[in-house]
Design a protein around this ligand. Structure first.
Ligand SMILES: Cc1cc2nc3c(=O)[nH]c(=O)nc-3n(C[C@H](O)[C@H](O)[C@H](O)COP(=O)(O)OP(=O)(O)OC[C@H]3O[C@@H](n4cnc5c(N)ncnc54)[C@H](O)[C@@H]3O)c2cc1C
Length: 352
């Protein structure tokens, strides 16, 4: 190791950087190690109940319903209640979008690039305060560090595993390294199966942008889905992501996303090319929903259900918050909220 501190964060997405920020605020000497930027820069909007007609209770209900009640209710409540911290800290620009599965508009943003902008802001605030290493961490390295340096807090924030599939929305290096790290440390993992892979329904099948999603919120802005014969088939605008993926697959292996009736302004807002009006799309693996078992303090739990001292986990590498289906906008919120909790806990517990 080139950097020596008392908190080591593995992962440089929103979860990792929020953990770094909270750990520094808690007085820790932090090293962050990452081999890429992960999925976080793709986050265009995230959930935060800001409108008067919304509430934390509605947000909890939408998250549980969307997850088909396969979620851990304590984690859901922790995320939804703490999401309000984001409203205080980030200058959202007033956009509030309704994501698939939400009963009211709840996805907030900064210029439709909240992940990228939040990362820039956090890194700016931490300039010179965190030691950063750009490299890949292995399970063997973490196991020996944990054995040799029990005073070191380790936060696992390595994201999900959808990059291992040939056609997916994730970079290929996101293949679930955190799960292997957890297993080497004797930490419990759950829901690491195909039933807990969420598909993005409308992902470009062709061209240089193959693998890039066309955002589903456009379905609330006049977009239509057509099957191979040109027949519109979107049955119900309240479908969540996995129901929509199933609807597309029932029609055939792909669909056409027809954006003819979407106002140009809306397309530009979403960083879409306004000349691109018919796009061939198919569902693709997008978010992994299972992973490391944590409690509401982001302690990684051992196979006996007890926290493994010194090990924390947050973000997409963890299990429980999304159930069988992630509500649109909850990836970014979960990473930010649980990243903060993990960093805070690591700093305070490793100091003591
Ligand atoms: C195309 C796309 C669009 C999305 N849009 C949205 C959206 O609009 N709203 C929303 O809420 N969610 C969205 N999501 C989901 C969201 O991006 C993720 O849920 C969230 O960013 C996860 O954050 P994270 O920090 O846990 O993981 P990531 O951001 O994926 O970061 C993982 C980090 O771990 C590092 N890493 C992994 N393995 C190792 C290793 N062995 N050694 C060192 N480093 C390692 C990676 O390099 C990376 O830095 C989107 C996802 C995709 C793919």
């Amino acid at each position: 190791m080139r950097c020596t501190g008392n908190v080591m964060i593995v992962g440089g997405g929103l979860a990792g950087w929020r953990a770094a920020e909270a750990a520094v605020a808690g007085g820790a000497d932090v090293t962050l190690v990452a081999n890429g930027t992960g999925n976080s820069p793709f986050v265009h909007a995230l959930c935060c109940p800001v409108l008067p007609e919304d509430s934390v209770e509605k947000y909890i209900q939408d998250t549980l319903t969307s997850g088909r009640f396969g979620n851990d209710p304590a984690l859901v409540e922790t995320m939804c209640r703490n999401s309000l911290m984001l409203k205080e800290e980030f200058a959202f620009d007033g956009t509030v979008i309704r994501s698939l599965g939400s009963s009211v508009p709840r996805c907030v943003s900064i210029r439709h690039a909240v992940g990228e902008i939040a990362l820039e802001q956090i890194k700016g605030r931490l300039k010179g305060k965190v030691c950063v290493e750009n490299r890949t961490v292995t399970p063997e390295e973490i196991s020996s560090l944990h054995a040799e340096r029990p005073e070191l807090g380790i936060v696992i924030a390595t994201g999900g595993w959808c990059g291992k599939y040939g056609f997916s929305t994730n970079p290929q290096y996101l293949k679930g390294d955190g799960i292997l790290i957890a297993e080497a440390l004797g930490i419990a993992v759950k829901d690491v199966d195909e039933a807990h892979v969420q598909y993005e329904p409308t992902v470009r099948l062709e061209g240089p942008k193959r693998g890039v999603p066309v955002i589903t919120t456009l379905l609330y802005e006049g977009a239509r889905l057509l099957n191979a014969d040109g027949r519109e088939f979107l049955p119900d605008s309240r479908l969540n992501k996995d129901e929509l993926s199933e609807a597309i697959l029932r029609e055939g292996s792909f669909a056409y996303y027809d954006l003819e009736d979407v106002p140009v302004g809306k397309l530009l807002e979403c960083k879409m090319d306004p000349d691109e009006r018919i796009i061939k799309v198919a569902p693709a693996p997008h978010t992994s929903l299972g992973g490391i078992v944590i409690d509401t303090g982001c302690h990684a739990l051992g196979r006996d259900g007890k926290p493994v001292p010194g090990i924390y986990a947050c973000g997409e590498v963890t299990a429980g918050v999304h159930g069988f289906n992630r509500l649109g906008g909850n990836g970014g919120t979960a990473a930010m909220v649980f990243g903060t909790i993990a960093g805070r806990q690591a700093a305070s517990e490793m100091k003591n």
